[in-house]
Design a protein around this ligand. Structure first.
Ligand code: HEM
Length: 438
């Protein structure tokens, strides 16, 4: 057992003078954080791009940061640099009372009672997408899922049909996520193609948000935008409404699209699990579209989504900055320290999961869930800043997966490889041959 010495800096890769571990980190982030946890234990530290990072890899310490001591942490400068410009005062990036008030205002749209109404918009969207698939063709399934989830988020939460612009909006949101890899970018004023693409993307998103606001000013409604417009004047400006629209589009679509892409990939690579899922769908649905009422009878569908988010967590890393000193395990965390926590690392910890690299949806029994540490599985984060869209996402992921998998089998062309930024994005198109089931 290590001796406690609160004045020590946690152990970690020393890297090189001046640049620290910047290059190893940038080269393969997933491997870097995994190796760091394995070699240096639950609290490790290293330098990346001039920032000292404390990496936390123990579920109880993650719970301390996100839940018990959450008031000592904010999202912080790294997160602001990555997304602050694009998302302004939206829920993902705001802090303090501005965040609390906004969360309170937006919460009703994510109330479980609202979900039934959204479920039809979700199945309508996926039906339209599947109508465009032909037996035996190759699809970039990641792109399909990105277009689908942005369309569903706009339809369900803003009551707008963005079908004609879905590709442009999805591209703009992707440019924002590309730009979020901040430490490795040229400064904003340098007219690189990447910076120009980012500026153009922000303009596209501003225009989209403007049109959505104008439509609601004219027609009213009972969706998120109407709720926010009704609160205008309290301390809500039109700019703030724009920030929330872009935040919800960004936070609400890519993560769910990744979940679905990786679930389909995993089913394509694991015939036994795919057959078990399809047997459940045939038995319960018998060829008709799923509804929200069917979901309780589709436990394996839910287990498949859970296991996919364990194996490939869409948000692979959470970042915080300490606003006051804290103590994590044996180490003191000075105010101003950047702290990172990784679903990627903890979801693959063999002390929690047998054969963590295997895809085993059946591991998710109620008994197993009760047996693991609370933050042994945290695809949606935790504490007050837990994902507001978690139920929406679980509903959408199950309905879409059930609809696709009952009629289609997919065959991935290549092994997955990643370009992780804030999310666990694939490193290029995820092509699969799609086969209609007989
Ligand atoms: C499988 C899909 C999803 C995953 C894995 C996911 C994951 C997460 C995680 C891990 C966080 C916390 C980040 C942190 O603490 O730093 C978060 C926050 C958030 N998510 Fe999600 N999310 C998903 C879907 C959605 C959907 C569908 C929406 C909205 C339609 C949404 C909206 C948000 C918002 C607004 C926040 C910020 C909440 C706050 O700080 O109050 N997410 N999400």
């Amino acid at each position: 057992m290590a001796t406690t010495n609160h004045t020590d800096t946690p152990p970690g890769p020393s890297g090189y003078p001046i640049v620290g571990s910047t290059f190893e980190f940038a080269d393969d982030r997933l491997r870097f954080v995994t190796d760091t946890a394995e070699e240096y234990g639950p609290v490790a530290s290293f330098e990346v791009a001039g920032t000292t990072i404390y990496q936390i890899s123990d579920p109880e310490l993650v719970e301390q940061v996100l839940v018990q001591n959450n008031q000592s942490y904010i999202k912080g400068e790294l997160f602001q640099e990555a997304l602050g410009d694009a998302l302004g005062e939206g829920l993902l990036t705001s802090e303090g009372s501005a965040w609390r008030d906004q969360r309170h205002r937006v919460q009703p749209a994510f109330h479980p009672q609202m979900l039934e109404a959204y479920s039809e918009q979700m199945t309508d969207g996926i039906e339209r997408l599947l109508d465009s698939w032909s037996d035996g063709e190759t699809r970039n399934v990641h792109e399909d899922m990105m277009h689908l989830t942005v369309e569903i988020a706009a339809d369900a939460l803003f009551d707008v049909d963005i079908r004609d612009e879905q590709a442009a909006i999805s591209d703009a949101l992707e440019a924002v996520m590309d730009y979020a890899e901040r430490p490795y970018h040229a400064p904003d004023w340098v007219p690189t193609p990447e910076n120009r693409r980012y500026r153009d993307a922000l303009e596209t998103l501003d225009d989209v948000a403007d049109r959505i606001v104008e439509k609601h000013e004219a027609d009213g409604g009972d969706d998120v935008v109407s709720m926010l417009l009704a609160a205008q004047g309290e301390d809500i400006t039109r700019e703030r409404v724009r920030d929330e629209i872009v935040t919800i589009l960004l936070a609400g679509h890519e993560t769910t699209a990744l979940t679905l892409t990786y679930a389909l990939y995993l089913l394509g690579r694991n015939a036994e699990q795919r057959e078990r899922l399809q047997a459940e769908l045939d038995d319960v649905l018998g060829g008709r579209l799923p509804t929200m009422g069917d979901l309780d009878d589709l436990p394996y569908t839910e287990q498949t989504i859970k296991e996919s988010m364990r194996r490939y967590p869409p948000v692979w890393e959470l970042v915080r900055e300490a606003t006051e000193p804290d103590t994590l395990g044996d180490y003191e965390i000075p105010a101003g320290t950047t702290v990172t926590m990784h679903p990627w690392v903890i979801h693959h910890d063999d002390r929690i999961y047998d054969e963590p690299l295997s895809f085993r949806p059946e591991r998710w029994s109620g008994e197993f869930e009760r047996s693991i540490p609370k933050f042994g599985y945290f695809p949606f984060g935790g504490g007050p800043r837990r994902c507001i869209g978690d139920r929406f996402a679980m509903l959408e992921a199950r309905l879409v997966l059930a609809t696709v998998a009952q009629d289609w089998t997919v065959e991935p062309h290549d092994d997955l490889s990643f370009a992780p930024s804030i999310t666990l994005r694939p490193d290029g198109p995820v092509e699969m041959t799609v086969h209609r089931r007989d």
